[in-house]
Ligand binder design. Structure first.
Ligand code: FO1
Length: 329
């Protein structure tokens, strides 16, 4: 399916239907940038839900909420996750009442979790709830939960298995990562909205998210990786100059024995992608990445502010148009 020039949007030619796969802070930033250029009917943001967990009777969906808050521009700019203008009165009170609150939930954030809990109790699916919450936050672009079934990342460490938030927040990613498993995957399938978007997608963009705990859970859902591999697909490297801007991706790669570089990330996606965007600092890796069958685009991949997010998103879309279109599936 050719990538057509459908319309002039903001002076930049847009591409057909784009799916952005996102998780974590880096993912939300690029998704926000893409949403400034593409119309709602041209972009679906599919979000990892394997970081989700039950906490104090609430279902916490960190990656979904980070995308929602960034698209609604109410996110805590410095932290990346959580809300701006936040207070923690409930958190302080739960601590005073004797609950070890290692997971910091702000008061305004709790309001969203209470609504999600209420809608879950009403029997709505996670993807319907996510669409509903997006609408309440005046977000027009589709924010899609990857699955309506519970998939949970379990990190295997020398101390045994840790749930993702226990590893990531409680233990601050200190335990050695020996591997990971996706609990619930056998019973999970892509959400209906994800499946529909996949059928009509002209381009899939892997946002600069953690390959293991943000992108892999999405690709692991039945049929997803095969469909993505048959379409024009590119990733923006989450590793720049051998380090991650945020989060444990570099530490995980080192502990898994993978070269901690943009090339290491490209190898992880070999056979799935035909495009790879790297930072100028990693320009010397271009030839090695091209041997993996990927076209390479080098640019400044650090998104310092909203303008930086839009700039990178625009470059990603321009680069996408140079990608050879694979034979129709
Ligand atoms: N990350 C932390 O490092 N500490 C926290 O206390 C914390 C609370 C939190 C609450 C809601 C939410 O949506 C995200 C939160 N995060 C926190 C970030 C979260 O653990 C990560 O963003 C993802 O799970 C990894 O992408």
């Amino acid at each position: 399916m050719a990538i057509e020039q459908r319309s002039e949007v903001g002076g930049r030619r847009s591409v057909g239907h784009v799916i952005a796969l996102a998780g974590g802070v880096g993912g939300a930033k690029l998704a926000h940038g893409l949403a400034q250029i593409l119309q709602p009917e041209q972009l679906s943001i599919v979000v990892n839900t394997a970081d989700d967990f039950e906490h104090l009777g609430l279902l916490i969906c960190p990656d979904i909420d980070t995308v929602l808050y960034n698209l609604a521009e109410v996110n805590h700019l410095k932290q990346g996750w959580g809300r701006e203008d936040e207070s923690f009165k409930v958190l302080v009170e739960t601590k005073r009442l004797g609950h070890d609150a290692w997971f910091r939930l702000g008061d305004r954030d709790i309001a969203l979790h209470l609504l999600r809990r209420h809608m879950l109790d009403e029997g709505l699916s996670l993807s319907d709830i996510t669409s509903n919450l997006a609408e309440r936050l005046d977000i027009t672009h589709p924010v899609v939960a990857m699955s309506d079934q519970a998939v949970r990342t379990i990190i295997n460490t020398p101390e045994g298995e840790l749930s993702f938030q226990d590893y990531f927040v409680h233990r601050r990613c200190e335990p050695i990562m020996l591997g990971m498993t996706l609990q619930g995957l056998a019973q999970a399938r892509p959400s209906a909205a994800f499946s529909d978007a996949l059928v009509e997608a002209d381009l899939i963009v892997f946002c600069p998210s953690n390959p293991y705990v943000s992108i892999d859970p999405i690709l692991a859902l039945p049929g997803v990786q095969k469909t993505v591999a048959a379409k024009p697909a590119l990733a923006v490297s989450p590793i720049i100059g051998g380090a991650a801007l945020k989060g444990p991706a570099a530490k995980m790669m080192a502990e898994l024995g993978v070269e901690v570089s943009a090339l290491g990330v490209a190898r992880h996606y070999a056979g799935v992608l035909n495009g790879f965007v790297i930072d100028g600092q990693d320009h010397d890796l271009t030839a090695a990445i091209e041997t993996l069958g990927m076209h390479v685009h080098t640019t400044d991949t650090i998104m310092q502010d909203k303008a930086g997010r839009v700039r990178l998103a625009g470059e990603v879309l321009d680069f996408a148009k140079t990608l050879g279109v694979k034979e129709p599936a």
